[in-house]
Design a protein around this ligand. Sequence first.
Ligand SMILES: [Zn+2]
Length: 79
Amino acid sequence: MKYLIWLLVILVAIWAFKRSRRPAKPAEEKTPPNNASPSNMVACTHCGLHLPQEEAVTGTQGLYCSTEHRAAAQDRNPV
Ligand SMILES: [Zn+2]
């Protein structure tokens, strides 16, 4: 029984030694990854509203927030 207690003490000492030697992980690894590529913002040619480029409506004279504004600007779809 006495040896078992010593074995336990030695194992705990080894565990504590390994734990203290291991460098702490940087805090930034724990944080969730930010949106690496924020969408490019564009302004509506008609009203000036800012919106993500992928949501913009394309016209021959520029980008619009909606098809209504593209029509209001007397523009049409270039495609
Ligand atoms: Zn608009």
